[in-house]
Design a protein around this ligand. Structure first.
Ligand SMILES: Cc1cc2nc3c(=O)[nH]c(=O)nc-3n(C[C@H](O)[C@H](O)[C@H](O)COP(=O)(O)OP(=O)(O)OC[C@H]3O[C@@H](n4cnc5c(N)ncnc54)[C@H](O)[C@@H]3O)c2cc1C
Length: 346
């Protein structure tokens, strides 16, 4: 089988890049191991404009968000939902007030509250909070839809790919029966562990999330305070997460589950009973400078990478997939801050 591109991995990165290449009339074949290590399966897919203790607007957020909203709406998986960020103290509230004066932040802040219970009597938000325009992406649905499309077109092989099995030469890339013009690694944090792009400064980080049923009324917004809780309706919530830089695996742990449950309960002013129905873990493909890794291997012209989407893949991926496809198909330059050439080869 002859194709233009062999893509390794059908997570968020591989899926959206495949769609962009197909849109440009290119042919692709994807090899994926059945989402065995997909961060995209574990992620809540949240888009939150202002984040962190300092409550700051993520760099380039307005541009990335606008593109993501457009693209993911077309795919039918964009869910516009407000986020209620509950402040932890007076200092954070003062920051929130200041952000309403900033022209790029202001469009995302819909309301600032000052006192407990102003937005919802159930909440334990003694320092008030900020309601923001946010969203979540139905990632499982998007990945399933795209997988079915690829399978129907016989463009997907379910297998564990080993870089040593691919022959890359001046003619192209051969892996099993697939002959491709080039190979693109979209295999998430696995690229940090082996393969041609291991030399890059990765900082993969494990995170866990639980799904639970709670004895509290559903809310019309995502709750956010040192973590998040996404209401899925009928008393079901998804809540997470944590950061761990060692023991990079997909094994959920009991201590983390307890922490996530306690944090969820702390969002409410009354006692909340919970029943955990699912508990998952995944590894984010984070990078040392918080920007994606995109581009071509310094010594192998037919070997490319589209990866390093970090903790905010849903915001980054749609626009970057478009820019990566334009780079591969039309030779358009990549953004300097995302081009992997910013790091010297090992
Ligand atoms: C707990 C948690 C919560 C998160 N929450 C959010 C959030 O709310 N919002 C947000 O924007 N982002 C969130 N993220 C980050 C987000 O998940 C990532 O940015 C994004 O999913 C990365 O997508 P990817 O396609 O690069 O990697 P992955 O999703 O890891 O996809 C890689 C794919 O390649 C496959 N693969 C790997 N190795 C091989 C191999 N050898 N052979 C074949 N296939 C292989 C994997 O199985 C997988 O299908 C979260 C991550 C975690 C872990």
């Amino acid at each position: 089988m002859q194709v233009d591109f062999l893509i390794v991995g059908q997570g968020l990165a591989g899926s959206l890049l495949a769609k962009e290449l197909l849109r440009r009339g290119r042919t692709v074949h994807i090899v994926d191991d059945g989402w065995k290590s997909a961060a995209s399966q574990v992620a809540a897919g949240l888009m939150t404009p202002l984040t962190g203790r300092r409550f700051t607007l993520t760099k380039d957020y307005p541009e990335l968000y606008a593109a993501a909203k457009r693209r993911l709406t077309v795919l039918g998986v964009f869910r516009l939902t407000e986020v209620y960020r509950m402040f932890v103290d007076e200092e954070q509230r003062a920051r929130g007030l200041k952000r309403t004066e900033c022209t790029s932040c202001r469009p995302f802040i819909t309301r600032l509250t000052a006192r407990r219970g102003e937005v919802d009597g159930d909440l334990n938000d003694e320092f008030g909070g900020a309601l923001m325009e946010g969203a979540w992406v139905d990632l499982p649905r998007m990945l399933t839809d795209i997988r079915q499309e690829l399978q129907a077109a016989a463009c997907l092989t379910e297998a564990a790919f080993d870089p040593a099995d691919a022959v890359v030469d001046a003619e192209g890339v051969t892996w099993r029966q697939v002959h491709a013009g080039a190979i693109i690694y979209c295999d998430g944090y696995k690229s940090a562990l082996r393969g041609p792009f291991k030399y890059l400064p990765w900082q993969p980080a494990k995170g866990e999330a639980v799904t639970l049923r709670a004895s509290v009324a559903d809310k019309p917004f995502i709750l956010n305070r040192e973590g998040w809780a996404l209401p899925l309706g009928q008393g079901v919530w998804r809540t997470g997460t944590n950061w761990q830089w060692d023991q990079l695996n997909e094994t959920p742990t009991e201590p983390q589950k307890d922490k996530l449950v306690r944090r969820f309960q702390s969002y409410f002013g009354q006692e909340v009973q919970v029943d955990v129905t699912a508990h998952v873990a995944g590894v984010r493909p984070c990078t040392a400078d918080n920007h994606p890794f995109m581009g071509t291997h310094p010594r192998q012209g037919r070997t490319h990478l589209f990866n390093g989407l970090g903790p905010r893949g849903t915001v980054w991926a749609p626009l970057m997939a478009d820019e990566m496809a334009a780079y591969l198909c039309e030779g358009t330059a990549l953004r300097k801050e995302c081009n992997l050439a910013r790091f010297p080869a090992a």
